[in-house]
Design a protein around this ligand. Structure first.
Ligand code: RB5
Length: 151
C-alpha cells in the first residue's frame, strides 16, 4: 500500500520522519507539498493528497501542518475525503473505527514525533467499523458531499 503524505513548511520535518518510519516498515510512500522550511500554503498539499485519496477508495493519506486543522478544513472540501485531525492514539483509532477517516491530519507544532508515529501506526492498523450505526452515519456524511456539489 502506498501512503500519501503531504505537508506545509510547519509539517515538513515531521513528514520526513513519518516517511522514513513508513519506508522502514515496508510501505511505499509518496510525498507532496513543502520541500523544506520555506513558507508553503497548506491547502495546496491538502489538494494534492486529497484528490488522490478521493480517487482511490483503498488509499490512505497523512496531512501535516502546524496544527492539523487547516489541512483538515481544506482536504474535507474534496468529495470523498474524510480528513480527521488527531492528537493521540485514541483519536486516531476512533477516527478510523467510527468516522472511516481516510486522511490523518497531524499538528507538528502541537504533538511530538513519537505521538505522531503512534497516531499513524494506529491509523494504519485500525479497520473502519462495519456496525450499522457507523455505516449509517458515514453514509450521511457522503450525502452531505452530494449536497456540497449542488449549493
Ligand atoms: C502555518 O504557519 C500554519 O498556519 C499552518 O501550518 C497550519 O497550522 C494551519 O492550519
Amino acid at each position: 500500500m502506498t501512503i500519501l503524505l503531504g505537508a506545509d513548511h510547519a509539517g515538513f520535518a515531521l513528514r520526513r520522519i513519518l516517511a522514513d518510519w513508513l519506508i522502514a516498515r515496508g510501505y511505499a510512500v509518496a510525498e507532496f507539498g513543502a520541500t523544506g522550511e520555506t513558507a508553503y500554503d497548506y491547502p495546496d498539499a491538502a489538494a494534492e493528497v486529497g484528490r488522490r485519496v478521493a480517487a482511490n477508495p483503498d488509499a490512505l493519506g497523512v496531512l501535516i501542518c502546524g496544527t492539523g486543522i487547516g489541512m483538515a478544513i481544506a482536504a474535507n472540501k474534496i468529495k470523498g475525503v474524510r480528513a480527521a485531525p488527531c492528537w493521540n492514539v485514541e483519536s486516531a483509532r476512533l477516527s478510523r473505527e467510527h468516522n472511516h477517516a481516510n486522511i490523518l491530519c497531524l499538528g507538528a507544532r502541537l504533538i511530538d514525533p513519537d505521538t505522531a508515529i503512534a497516531c499513524l501506526e494506529t491509523f494504519l492498523h485500525t479497520a473502519p467499523s462495519q456496525e450499522p450505526r457507523h455505516l449509517r452515519r458515514v453514509e450521511k456524511i457522503s450525502e452531505l458531499d452530494a449536497e456540497a456539489q449542488t449549493v
